[in-house]
Write a protein that binds this ligand. Sequence first.
Ligand code: AMP
Length: 284
Amino acid sequence: MKVFTTIKDLKAALDTYRSAGESIGFVPTMGALHEGHLSLLRKCKEQNTISVVSIFVNPTQFNDKQDLTNYPRNFNKDCDLLIEEACDIVFAPEVTEMYPQEDTRQFDFGQMDQVMEGKHRPGHFNGVAQIVSKLFDAVEAHRAYFGQKDFQQLAIIRKLAELGKYSTEIIGCPIVREADGLAMSSRNMLLSAEHRNAAPRIYQTLQKAKQMVRSHAVSEITAMVKREVESCGLLRLEYFEIVQTDSLQTLSEITAEIPATACIAVFAGKVRLIDNLEFIPHKK
Ligand code: AMP
């Protein structure tokens, strides 16, 4: 496995592979890798001959500086895991490499980034778009892999790829969960033992909400979610929204015709966790 820290060296290596007719798959991450990340890499390896994983904790997407400071970092362990998975290339730049000067670009995703994560984390998706566009330019991958765990991010990246006319195909991959249902996240390792015990309630509540879809109004489902999540005294609901799966428009009514996904953000102590569950699938 080759490790690059500069765009110039990365590009030179990838140019050689590209000229030799290899297909390049790309998995962007912020490190502290877990099975969720590795599932993206495995999919990437299935569909491409060269796999590139980036590890970069992107400062411009953190609206909360304390969150950036606390974000888990474990580069050596990450490399061990990637070697085991036979990853070909790791790109792990310093902040100054990706941002030699301040990035003042403002992306317009319309109302897509005005809801949920966009509403509660101002500037977050602009920062995501800044780094992902820089990484896409550096890697020029045939395909890039993103998790449905970050449901809104995936929708915004599809939009970014369309607006920026990137030839990289965006592939969404299913959420990988712990045995008790908690969605895997690098942030899970920051949970105290009691918050970790309480956290599976998030997914359990989403499942319970899904069962109510045919018989209850959205307002009733939302009230149940808040009650259930907060009843243990350890979790605090930040938002629960049922949105149209593609446009991310908030739905106040659910019908069998409109694909819908429920999204949730919860504070477990100081750790913010997100999850989502498809309520109404796309028609086949
Ligand atoms: P992160 O390092 O948290 O920025 O995540 C990097 C990529 O891994 C993103 O595309 C995430 O959506 C994806 N990812 C994170 N957790 C999971 C998970 N539990 N299952 C599937 N994909 C995930």
